[in-house]
Design a binder for this molecule. Structure first.
Ligand code: FES
Ligand SMILES: [Fe+2]
Length: 332
């Protein structure tokens, strides 16, 4: 079992993190890691739950146990924990004796939404990042990933905000080197978000459902609305076809993360969903290959450390915002 070390962050530990595909959480508990903290998630008839993945008796992992009558059973000596973390049964103890008051597991806030299981290991200070295009019937949402990345989540979010790489990393898919010059743009900062809007980008293919062989100039909006959650929309102004992508990062360690994504489109419902997922897999793999090589591994918030060009103004705004919020993990 790989060693994990708890890492502390005053902001990220009070935020929600997507940690698992909801469709994959069935009747067995699952172990996930958030900021080095082991968390056991499981499903009961009342919904989804998250407990510290540590039995207080002898430190076994509860996620290696099983769910029985809606309680989580430790695999070592069978102690049973309910959704509040209270131990409700110690099989070796004589019937009728009181369960020791200390027999409890830590409990975390947990919910299911947007096709993911979300957990907060601290005190949630806000709701989940909103994503209206998930429930809107004119859109068709598809969870993508999860993608394991050997890099800081902050590097992943910065990459998601970046336009100037599309023509190189995603050459002939999301951009073309002959169209690398970016238009002038302004970053807007509001309470809890930074965003840019109305950015035209020429794309040779753009998405797997595109029927335009000669390429299209899409108009983008990109927004970071949590330290590790962002979304974008790209629209074809000639026909209103719009694709939304929401990306959220589960910070496992300083330099390791798992990325969850939803793509939601208002067109090409007749195109096989698998095409869209596969396209996203290809694009994200292209990103990960670069992100995993970046040094320093952690995102420098001191703007003198890397060469910040004016075309990087959205990522500059992201770095400034992280500093303002006080995000520690994934930054230097
Ligand atoms: S370690 Fe969990 S029941 Fe003993
Ligand atoms: Fe990319």
């Amino acid at each position: 079992m790989a060693k994990v070390q708890r890492i502390y962050d005053p902001v990220l530990e009070n935020d929600w993190h997507a940690v698992y595909l909801a469709s994959e959480l069935k009747d067995q508990p699952v172990g996930v890691i958030i900021l080095g903290e082991r968390v056991a998630i499981y499903r009961s008839k009342d919904g989804v739950h998250a407990l510290q993945d540590l039995c207080i008796h002898r430190g076994a992992m509860l996620s290696k146990g099983w769910v029985q009558n809606d309680v989580l059973v430790c695999p070592y000596h069978g102690w049973q924990y309910d959704a509040s973390g209270q131990c409700v049964c110690i099989p070796a103890q004589p019937k009728g004796e009181k369960i020791p008051a200390r027999a409890k597991a830590g409990v975390y806030a947990c919910q299911e939404k947007y096709g993911f299981i979300w957990v907060c290991i601290g005190e949630p200070v806000a709701d989940l990042p909103h994503f209206e295009e998930f429930a809107d019937p004119s859109y068709r949402p598809l969870p993508c990933g999860p993608y394991h990345v050997a890099a800081a989540g902050t590097r992943v979010i910065e990459n998601f905000t970046d336009f100037a790489h599309l023509m190189f990393v995603h050459q002939n898919l999301l951009g073309h080197p002959d169209y690398a010059e970016l238009p002038d743009f302004q970053v807007v900062k509001e309470e809890g978000r930074i965003y840019i809007d109305q950015i035209p980008i020429f794309q040779p293919v753009a998405h797997s459902g595109s029927d335009k062989k000669e390429g299209t100039t899409y108009v983008y909006m990109k927004e970071v609305y949590r330290p590790l959650s962002a979304r974008l929309s790209k629209a074809d102004p000639s026909n209103g076809q719009t694709l939304w992508i929401m990306l959220t990062v589960q910070p496992v360690a300083e330099d390791e993360c798992i990325v969850f994504m939803i793509v939601s489109r208002n067109y090409a419902f007749d195109v096989d969903d698998a095409n869209f997922i596969q396209f996203q897999d290809t694009v994200f793999d292209q990103d990960a290959r670069v992100i995993e090589t970046q040094k320093p591994e952690l995102l420098p918030l001191d703007l003198q450390v890397e060469l910040n060009h004016k075309v990087d103004r959205f990522s500059i705004a992201y770095r400034r915002w992280l500093r303002e919020l006080g995000v520690k993990v994934g930054t230097i």
